[in-house]
Ligand binder design. Sequence first.
Ligand code: ADP
Ligand code: ZN
Length: 720
Amino acid sequence: MNRVRCLVLNAALGPLDYRVPEGMVAEPGQVVECPLGPRTVVGIVWEAERLPGAEVPAEKLRPLRAAMPIPPLSAALRRLIEWTADYYCAPLASVARMALSSGGALRGPATMTEYRLSGGMPERMTAQREAAIEALEGEQATVRELAGIAGVSEAVLRGLVSHGVLEPVGVDCDRPYPRAAPDHAQPDLSAEQQAAADIFTDAVRAKRFAPFLLDGVTGSGKTETYFEPIAEALRLGRQVLVLLPEIALTEAFLTRFEERFGTAPVLWHSALKSTERRRAWRAIAEGGAQVVVGARSALFLPYAKLGLVVVDEAHEVSFKQDDGVRYNARDVAVMRGHFERIPVVLASATPALESLAMAENGTYTRVELPRRFGGAQMPSITTIDLTQEKPGRGAWLAEPLIAAIAERLERGEQSLLFLNRRGYAPLTLCRNCGFRFKCPNCSAWLVEHRFSSRLACHHCGHETAPPPTCPECGEPDCLVACGPGVERIADEVADRLPEARVFVATSDTLNSPGRAAQFVAQVESGAIDVIVGTQLVTKGFHFPELTLVGVVDADLGLEGGDLRAAERTYQQVAQVAGRAGRASKPGEVLIQTRHPDAPVIAALASGDRDGFYEAETEARRMAGAPPFGRWAAIIVSSEEEDEAREAANRIGAARPRHDDMAIYGPAPAPLSLLRGRYRYRLLINAKRSVELQAILRRWLGALHHTAGVRVNVDVDPYSF
Ligand code: ADP
Ligand code: ZN
């Protein structure tokens, strides 16, 4: 009798054995419906042949219900899932869920119903209905999604449906995507670009595993360069995955893609509507989606015939997932290439130290674009010493920076001010009693957002209206903002240069592809003079008239003091500097700092990237940090502080001893309260020779905790 071992997706259980009913095909990778208790759940046939430890006789096993009418997951993808679960100490089922998009994309009919405004009005208008109608202008989605967009209950929307205010629209989720044309418009590449493109294109043709580091300065034309191997993959009928760090960036990218290939790529990210998700998932699995542009979660999808993976801005923090399965998409992308036997291109102007080390030791092939495209010059970089050039009270911009912005205004050019802090002020307190506004769910201050007049937590999303009186002492009108956020800097610019048209560009204002597109169009048409933005505007954008970049506080990122602080500062400042003078007009970068002699600031000013990376490498070597040694974190959390601390102490007491491994903690984690959970952390630093994951599994697997305690392992944490 035929038996198989299945991964069941919605259970924290290990693989379960099932009987395969007569006439059903259940080969490895097949997605199936499995009985589990009284329910039917989605599973994947993981093993069909050797099933060690199969004690229950086959006839006693429950039979599989059905095989789903979708292609089985390939052996390469199954190996990637296993590798990821193993390396990141995550449950196999959690990783597999990402491949199946949690199962949601599999279900449902080919035609789904969405709703949109019909233009009609309800007989009885209520405030909620009115707000919903206004919010849903131009939207079309399922009732549940529309409720989310409008911020009302589904019941309100069902009321509007029954009054005919929302009309149903049938959406065919199986309709094919337009075909991309590999030779739609071919740019003339520079000799350097062409040489790089040829290397990638050859690797695509050879269909072999080949990891590349495309190390090219900002404005060198990396995108056009990796478009050529994409074209080659299209000619060969293979699929391509391009990972981008931010959804806000995709709009500019999509335009360029469409110009080159005649049609838009298929998008994959967490904000997709259910109809789009289902359509994209099927097309990816069946091969109709030729080029997929996605966030990190696109990495685990079941591509029918993947031929190339590109990770753009590969150094970006946002490729590191810090929830659920904690993985680094940059590293998993290389592993996907390994299992699929295809090339992987990691593109960046400021590669992570780990990636550079892989290039140095020959694991990755380094391909360089050392010059900007079209003869554009790299910008000149100067520091402004804030201990000498003190801005006035309650001001943050030094006179030379104001003067430089004024100069751009006069010439009709644009400026970008960078400060990695959303909102108006990072801290709000009462001037009478000193009360500070704290998040009730997190150990973090509430950040004032003056445009939307809210106090918000940037960690859990908690929001409140600023109260008219201090909640502590009752004093009216007593709130003072401490420190600058982008909104406050925008106010300062407007104050000093009233004729300037200022725009604040953050995830608050560019929170949809449409808004991002509008922003790009406004900058391009010259309707904005000064952009004040967070890290969101440090990459991807190309504005020819933008000739000045001001870094408001270069010291900000150094404050955390973790081993990656200098690298992160270097990357952020170099990236934002890279927005200046990308076309014919030369760019100027002014960096405000209180520590102009700090090695990272000095390296930025002198353009000595190699020197900076060498010094950083040495610091990492001394600390036994990556790439020389490895770090892992164990995060123990619970809604009860005592429970979390006790569990962490028990883990600490059971620590394994190993000569080549040091264990620190437990201690309260940075953000010791997050979303209502108290967090303790142990840090592990090990030599590369140590079998870290095996040790962690043995160590943590032997301990059992009370139900409210969660133990998460973070292998290769971003900060350490
Ligand atoms: P990077 O990603 O390396 O910072 P981009 O790919 O954004 O650089 O290219 C910088 C600018 O140069 C873009 O406006 C791009 O359209 C232009 N560019 C790059 N290569 C070419 C080319 N071969 N022909 C025409 N324009 C190019
Ligand atoms: Zn919070």
